[in-house]
Design a protein around this ligand. Structure first.
Ligand SMILES: [Zn+2]
Length: 61
């Protein structure tokens, strides 16, 4: 399951959640329970563009 980064538009809180691939739902902000959150790119293993090499440290595979 991909790990996505979210940012709350209301309070600015940034957090990460595991979300099913086909799901368009976004988990509500854990801080203020707002549903107005913006989904950012996956932290790790999105497309293997620059920066993906830093993902191997924790032995994710
Ligand atoms: Zn919030």
């Amino acid at each position: 399951m991909p790990l996505y980064e979210f940012k709350c538009k209301d309070c600015g809180k940034e957090y990460e959640e595991l979300v099913p691939l086909k799901s368009d739902n976004v988990p509500p902000c854990p801080a203020c329970k707002s549903g107005s959150v913006q989904r950012k790119m996956s932290v790790c293993g999105a497309m293997g563009s620059s920066g993906s090499s830093s993902c191997g440290k924790s032995g994710f595979t």
